[in-house]
Write a protein that binds this ligand. Structure first.
Ligand code: NAI
Length: 356
């Protein structure tokens, strides 16, 4: 593999391959950019088909984290870890400790925490070996960042609706994925008077959604054809593509999943169809804000405050308003407006770093 010429390399500062033969650890830590501050980005464990898939995933996710941190205004850069293993059969305390040992060497350049396939309990074990963790200590009343991310998705969605003269009350939202974020989001949507149509591969979660939210359940693939005003992807990436985009009936896509578009040009197709797509890294920045505030409190040796953090999460609505206004006035897609907004902050910080 030629990493420097990889289509997703995108100027990464470093890509580290970490291994431990004794425990079977195979992990990749990609640090995309640290101009705004030390990189933040979760650690995902997945049984990738091959190394190529793992590399692609980590590169795309860490570049997304740089943009996500930049739009929030927090002084952090972007990075990500993938551990190439099956969380159901290959996760062991020894492997987690070995990962902690490797992570320690990154010092203030990179901090990580929960992502798919990794639970808080796993990080308590990783934390036996390193302090390079955020979102693991019990400082917040939110047990998982998923709930906070859902609050941010709702703020982003309401801002998008307001910008287009709509309101959530009476609308129907198709929620794909009822995990930490999707399930919490359904609850918030119901409180706002919206109906939910849901899909998941987990029967128990579907049953819970039916009983708690009076949700309409559809087969996994049928969520793209649902009679809904809004599509909220909260499971995996790449789900808005040439096949699914024409099937969506709603005029909004706002959700938590990372890398929702199979490629950036899908944003143009969506705009041409009159669909408002709120870029994923803006809509789902609540989780980063949650751990970012904890990281700042740690760095500055002061108490962490949930209320201050939540104010910042609600502020995602203002960022969406600004991005949609900018997109409208310049005749570009919201994705382009978000890219310009985020990357101009990074470029400014890079220029300042080069001069220092
Ligand atoms: P999770 O792992 O708790 O939930 C994912 C859900 O999707 C599970 O219920 C799973 O059964 C379901 N699912 C899997 N395949 C599916 C399919 N084909 N169709 C429908 N449902 C399917 O993950 P979580 O934490 O809720 O995150 C959801 C997404 O949001 C992920 O892409 C994650 O990277 C992203 N995200 C999460 C954040 C957080 O704070 N948890 C922050 C930012 C992004």
């Amino acid at each position: 593999m030629n990493l420097f010429d990889h289509p997703d390399f995108d100027g990464h500062e470093s890509v580290n391959f970490l291994a431990d033969e004794r425990t079977g650890l195979r992990a990749i830590i990609a640090i995309h950019n640290t101009a705004l501050g030390g990189a933040l980005g979760g650690c995902r464990m997945r049984p990738y088909e091959n190394e190529t898939e793992a590399v692609k995933d980590v590169l795309r996710l860490s570049a997304g984290m740089t943009r996500k941190a930049a739009v929030t205004g927090l002084p952090f850069g972007g990075g990500k870890t993938v551990i190439w293993a099956d969380p159901n059969s290959e996760k062991s305390p020894e492997l987690l400790r070995a990962f902690g040992d490797r992570l320690k060497g990154f010092e203030s350049r990179y901090y990580t925490g929960e992502d798919m396939g990794m639970e808080r309990e796993d990080f308590l074990i990783v934390g036996e070996r390193t302090n390079n963790l955020v979102g693991v200590r019990k400082v917040s009343r939110f047990d998982s960042s998923g709930e906070v991310t859902a609050i941010g998705v709702l703020a982003a969605l309401e801002a998008a609706l307001t910008a287009r003269g709509d309101k959530l009350d009476g609308m129907t939202v198709a929620v794909q994925g009822l995990g930490h974020v999707g399930f919490a989001l359904c609850g918030l949507l119901r409180e706002k008077g919206a109906d939910v149509i849901v899909a998941d591969v987990n029967e128990d979660r579907l049953n819970d959604a039916k009983s708690q939210f009076d949700a309409t359940v559809v087969e996994s693939d049928a969520i793209y054809d649902a009679d809904a005003d809004i599509f909220a992807p909260c499971a995996m990436g790449g789900i808005v593509n040439e096949d699914t985009a024409p099937r969506l009936k709603g005029r909004y896509i706002v959700g938590a999943a990372n890398n929702q578009l199979s490629k950036n040009s899908i944003a143009d197709d969506l705009a041409a169809r009159g669909v408002t797509y709120v870029p994923d890294y803006v809509a789902n920045a609540g989780g980063l804000i949650r751990v970012g505030h904890e990281g700042l409190a740690m760095r500055d040796e002061r108490d962490y405050d949930d209320d201050v953090m939540l104010e910042s999460v609600h502020g995602l609505g203002d960022i969406v308003t600004q991005i949609l206004r900018d997109a409208e006035s310049r005749g570009v897609t919201p994705l382009q407006a978000a890219e310009d907004f985020a990357l101009s902050r990074v470029a400014e910080a890079e220029a300042a770093r080069a001069e220092a």
